[in-house]
Design a protein around this ligand. Sequence first.
Ligand code: KDG
Ligand code: MG
Length: 401
Amino acid sequence: MKISDAKVVVCSPGRNFVTLKIYTDSGVYGLGDATLNGRELAVATYLADHVVPCLIGRNPFQTEDIWQYLYRGGYWRKGPVTMMAIAAVDVALWDIKAKALNTPLYNLLGGKARSGVMVYGHANGGTIAETIDEVGRHIDQKYLAVRAQCGVPGLAGLYGVSTDSQPYEPAQKGLPSESAWSSEKYLQFVPTLFEELRKAFGEDVHLLHDVHHRLTPIQAARLGKALEPFHLFWMEDAVPAELQEGFRIIRQHTTTPLAVGEIFNTVWDSKLLITEQLIDYLRMSLHGGGITALQKIAAFADMYHVQMGCHGATDLSPVTMGAALHFDISVTNFGIQEYMPHSRATLEVFPHGYRYVNGYLHPAETPGHGVDLDEALAKKFPYERAYLPVNRRLDGTMWNW
Ligand code: KDG
Ligand code: MG
């Protein structure tokens, strides 16, 4: 079998997605997701202009060789654009391989290691009362784990909090919007949110929270300590993680479990975090180099008691979600999978076989990863420029969003 062609499809059924479709001479094709939120066209160009020409004629079963060819062969290693492009190729090739062997992808990754993939949903509200209602709504839908985000008095446009009745979607059309930030107001407020959530729901539901890179290590240490009585499943992205050593400060002060890594794209971003056991959950998704990369990173993390908790926001297309579930169900050190359901329009453009039942997602049972692309429908949703917001402290200083 040989790769005969490949193309990049950019569409925007409510939000932008970049999809790579790889064709073979046997008629089997595979799909990969290359959606880099806010910088989508850079990856589309990287793929179409620089990667696709190198794929033609190769054996799609050689996932390891093609991965190394694109990683080493690029000479300029790492980075979100390169690794997202490699991820899209890799996931599409695993899709082809499993389809050609007529089996669901998980059977090529070790088979089922559990009966379902525990997921966490997103609950948010402008006030504590609204957030409590939203957590309750998720519990009614049988979620076993819920992430809670809440508006903080005095801070407008906060990460994770919807401004309308729709689920929270950070990317906005037009140029980047600006949010206001105060670590002091946030640190003062968040422990009360979780105190009230535990009062309302007891200890049975797993509660998670995303700090979204906005604290310094010593501030994160303070928050982790303050949240200890409320037994979070994890505190996510407490600080920007370029400085891996910064996690030593957080870790030595608190037993609140730590998760990080949704923007990592190679193992080098977390090597120290893993070997020094500074984190409990690694949030890398298939966007960081695909299945070939994530399998190796997960095996390395497992030696240090670090579990996988893959990123699953709506900017990871149903292709990534569908493929991630095959990884999640087969990897031994699985922790939890983020699940932020896509819009109806997105789900129509990407017909899929995965399903949610009582707190768990189940991968498709059809050959491959089980997610397709309706190209005719996709054409009706052309690309629309959109950006993630930026964040400023109250005095106007640029901050992390
Ligand atoms: O594109 C940015 C989003 O993926 C990110 O803001 C979502 O932090 C996020 C999460 O945990 O889902
Ligand atoms: Mg996050």
